[in-house]
Design a protein around this ligand. Structure first.
Ligand SMILES: Cc1cc2nc3c(=O)[nH]c(=O)nc-3n(C[C@H](O)[C@H](O)[C@H](O)COP(=O)(O)O)c2cc1C
Length: 202
């Protein structure tokens, strides 16, 4: 039975690799650090190797149709999106582990973002611009790069992730970076591990 006092962590992982994935490995170490800090945690695993659907025309028309007027096809098209939004809302904390592919996030993670960034559910439009609807919660992005410096001028991953999470209300994202693994993997891992305590507020 689930411990009702335990914190729930959504763990989203985007690498195409399994055990060899450095972002997923360090993401797992962030979960361990959260366990050490908070005691028992419940983890919702969202492994993006499972091929999420892309946004379709039926999805789009459904998303902008009032819920009680949607067709069966529109409801079916939006069902994955609702599940993923629910996971994001249920979680007390979020850990996202992602590689850098072609200077930014992989398509699998972008597909997840397209499913969870929903007008009326995770953000809304207001006279002063868009407003995030998610309650802010501890959010950690673990990223891994080969030869491109995370935090450097051609890193289109880090700022984008901070922006899109903040757009939905998760304004406190911290980054743990497995940086430049092609140059020295051990150094990259040690550098990332050293960032975990601050990222989780230990
Ligand atoms: C399709 C693909 C594109 C990549 N593009 C980049 C890139 O633009 N910059 C970079 O530094 N590394 C790039 N890499 C290397 C990965 O970021 C690096 O191997 C990282 O460790 C992968 O994360 P993972 O270990 O969690 O799988 C790429 C790897 C793949 C497979």
């Amino acid at each position: 039975m689930q411990d009702t006092n335990s914190s729930t962590v959504l763990f989203v992982s985007a690498s195409a690799r399994g055990d060899g994935s450095l972002s997923r490995t360090v993401g797992g170490e962030v979960l361990d650090a959260l366990r050490a800090k908070h005691g028992e945690i419940t983890v919702i695993e969202r492994d993006l190797r499972s091929d999420l659907p892309f946004v379709s025309e039926t999805w789009m028309t459904g998303a902008f149709t009032p819920e009680d007027q949607r067709s069966d096809a529109q409801n079916a098209s939006l069902s994955t999106s609702l599940t993923l939004v629910d996971e994001l809302k249920t979680a007390d904390m979020v850990v996202i582990a992602t590689p850098m592919y072609n200077f930014t996030i992989p398509a699998s993670l972008k597909a997840w973002i397209d499913q969870v960034a929903r007008a009326g559910l995770t953000f809304k439009y207001s006279e002063s611009g868009p407003v995030g609807l998610l309650d802010d919660k501890p959010t950690i992005v673990v990223s891994a790069s080969g030869g491109t410096e995370l935090g450097g001028p051609i890193d289109f991953l880090t700022n984008y992730m901070s922006f899109i999470l903040g757009f939905m209300g998760l304004k406190s994202a911290k980054h743990v970076q497995v940086n430049l693994t092609m140059a020295d993997q051990d150094k990259a891992l040690a550098g990332a591990r050293a960032q975990i305590p601050e990222a989780i507020g230990a």
